[in-house]
Structure formats: structure tokens, C-alpha cells
Design a protein around this ligand. Structure first.
Ligand code: DAH
Length: 344
């Protein structure tokens, strides 16, 4: 006969020695599995006499129950320990400061352009664009600046060949729009875009810069409409207390032509070094669309009138943000650009 108690203690000992759930499973198969030790005893019962078998069977069952219960208890403890261990290992220290991701930001020129677009779109204008590589027709001729006209010299041009050039003004887009929409009046558009001039770059000149052209053509449009519109734009851009003034000027495509000054946003008209003591800063050119420009596009100047303006985006951005060198906009220095990150 077996020493059941010794056997039981040996098994419990083995269970105690188990270190993890995996080992426990191995031991369970070894003792309680189909080919395990207990099953081994069960199959030996056939060889015994009926009396012996009863006694033997009872002992095997007791052994089995005892071992099984103890195994379960130890298994539960191991499981709990494993969980605690995992919690400890996977613990996230929420007090640790994270690494701040680098945020991109819109370019200051885009910010200004978007702001101006928003102002005009809110007044019912559409945004229209055109090609940067232009032909004489739209950049000059339709703008009442035929070949040989002295006004062509006002803008030093990058020519690609005799007829093609880098547009010197978004007025070219105005001319395209007049042609395209001449029988879909009224026209109320702004045209933002890059323009090019053969200038030497310095603090106030760049061979490439941006303009926003404005154009309204309808019946009964007057210089007063132009003034009201530009005044509204300036107040939105530089503050409600801003005023503007018109000075007579000359552009071949407008008559009359004006240059528009805004009261200096830095000294509010008192006079400072930015406005050179005058209290005014020139910000754009404008005028009433020349009758010749309207007729060339197929619009009857007796019936329709219009105003137009062209504003330099860099100039507005420089005044708006107090930037004193236009080249800063084009050097892509992150230290400069990140100044305009509105998220911060
Ligand atoms: N195209 C002019 C320039 O680049 C600016 C301008 C002046 C545009 C008067 C206009 C205008 O539409 O009416 O200097």
C-alpha cells in the first residue's frame, strides 16, 4: 500500500516550489492531467481486489481533491502577484513633463493675405487668381500701357521672351477678369498673388513680392465707394480710429488715380520715424477704372464705372507687425517665422 500522506506532502511541496503560472500549468498536467500521476493510480485499480479497490480509490480521490484545492489556491496567488507586477512595470508617470511637439505656423504674409481676403469676402467679393507668367496683353496693353508708353518704365520687368514676362502687377488679373466677366456684371473681386520686378533687393525692395488687387465694376460706382471701402479695410487691419487720405497720382489704367495714405499706426498721426514725421503712411494705389480699360474689355464705359486698387501685402505686414526689413519675409528663419504662431 502507498503512503498517501507522504505522497500528498511531496505534491504540496512541489506546488509550493512553483514560481509562475506557466510552471503551475506544467505541474497540473504532470499531476492531474490525463497521463498524470493521479490518473496513473486510477488505472492501477483494475489490478486490485474489490475490497482493496474501494480503499485505494478513496485514498486516490482524497489525494486528488487535496492537491487540486491547494493548487487552485496557490495559482490564484500567483495570478494576483503577476498582475501586481504588471501594474508596477507598466506604470506611467503622469507627473513627467512631455516633449512639446514643434508646431508649424502660417507665414505672416499668408496671415495678412487671409485677413484681407476675409474682409472683402465678408463684403461679397470673390477671390480670383491668374498666372504669374503673363503676356504683354494683360500685364500692360489692356491696362492702357501700350508698347512705348513711358509708364512701362515704372515697373522694371523680367521678360521671358518678347511677349512673355513675369507679371509685374496683379492688375494683369484685373484685366483678365474684366475680359472674362464683361457680360456678367457687376464684378466684385480681389486678386491676391505674387508679382516680380527687376529691383535690387534691399530693406524695402524685393524682386518678388505680393499684391492684392481689388476691382468693382457696376453701374453708379464712384470714388466715394472706393474711399469707403478702403477706409473699412484699413480700420479692420489697423484699428477703428484709423483714417485714410487720397493724394492725386498717376496710373495709366485709372482716371482719376490716387495714392492712399493711412494715418500712421505707430504714432496715430503725431509724427514718428516710421512715418518720417508726416503722420501718414502710403499703403496703396487706386483709382477709377479708365474708360479705355473698360472698352478694351468690351464693357460700355458710358453705362458702367468701376474702381480698382492694388495693395502691397509685404507693406501691410511690415506695418502690421513692425517688421523693418522686407527680406525677413523671404529668408525662412524659423526664429522670425515662429513669432507669428498664433497658437502660443
Ligand atoms: N498696379 C499698381 C502697381 O503695381 C497698383 C495699382 C494702382 C493697382 C492703382 C490698381 C490701381 O488696381 O487702380 O503699382
Amino acid at each position: 500500500m502507498e503512503n498517501w500522506e507522504k505522497l500528498r506532502l511531496e505534491m504540496l511541496e512541489k506546488i509550493n516550489a512553483v514560481r509562475n503560472e506557466k510552471e503551475m500549468e506544467q505541474l497540473r498536467v504532470e499531476i492531474l492531467g490525463k497521463k498524470g500521476v493521479i490518473q496513473g493510480y486510477m488505472s492501477r485499480m483494475r489490478e486490485l481486489s474489490p475490497e482493496e479497490r474501494k480503499e485505494f480509490g478513496k485514498s486516490v480521490n482524497e489525494l486528488k481533491n487535496s492537491v487540486e484545492t491547494y493548487m487552485k489556491t496557490v495559482h490564484a496567488k500567483l495570478k494576483e502577484a503577476a498582475l501586481e507586477e504588471a501594474i508596477k512595470r507598466e506604470k506611467i508617470d503622469l507627473t513627467l513633463e512631455g516633449v512639446k511637439p514643434y508646431n508649424g505656423s502660417l507665414h505672416p504674409l499668408d496671415l495678412v493675405q487671409q485677413e484681407i481676403e476675409d474682409i472683402f469676402v465678408s463684403m461679397g467679393y470673390s477671390v480670383v487668381t491668374g498666372p504669374e507668367v503673363e503676356i504683354n496683353l494683360y500685364n500692360f496693353e489692356r491696362a492702357n500701357t501700350p508698347a512705348g508708353h513711358p509708364a512701362r518704365a515704372m515697373q522694371d520687368t523680367f521678360f521671358i521672351d518678347e511677349d512673355r514676362l513675369m507679371r509685374t502687377q496683379t492688375t494683369a488679373v484685373q484685366m483678365r477678369a474684366l475680359e472674362k466677366y464683361h457680360d456678367h456684371l457687376p464684378i466684385k473681386i480681389i486678386c491676391p498673388g505674387k508679382v516680380y520686378r527687376r529691383d535690387d533687393d534691399d530693406a524695402t525692395h524685393s524682386h518678388q513680392f505680393s499684391q492684392i488687387e481689388g476691382l468693382v465694376v457696376a453701374e453708379h460706382i464712384t470714388l466715394g465707394d472706393l474711399k469707403g471701402t478702403l477706409e473699412l479695410m484699413c480700420r479692420r487691419m489697423f484699428g477703428e480710429e484709423q483714417t485714410i487720405r487720397f493724394r492725386p497720382s498717376y496710373f495709366p489704367f485709372t482716371e482719376p488715380s490716387v495714392e492712399v495714405d493711412v494715418s500712421c499706426p505707430f504714432c496715430h498721426g503725431k509724427g514718428c520715424n516710421v512715418c518720417k514725421g508726416s503722420g501718414w503712411i502710403e499703403i496703396l494705389g487706386a483709382g477709377m477704372v479708365h474708360p479705355k480699360v473698360l472698352s478694351a474689355a468690351g464693357i460700355d464705359p458710358e453705362k458702367y464705372t468701376g474702381f480698382a486698387f492694388g495693395v502691397g501685402v509685404e507693406r501691410i505686414a511690415m506695418l502690421r507687425y513692425g517688421v523693418d526689413d522686407i527680406r525677413d519675409f523671404f529668408q525662412n528663419d524659423v526664429r522670425f517665422l515662429s513669432e507669428f504662431n498664433r497658437e502660443e
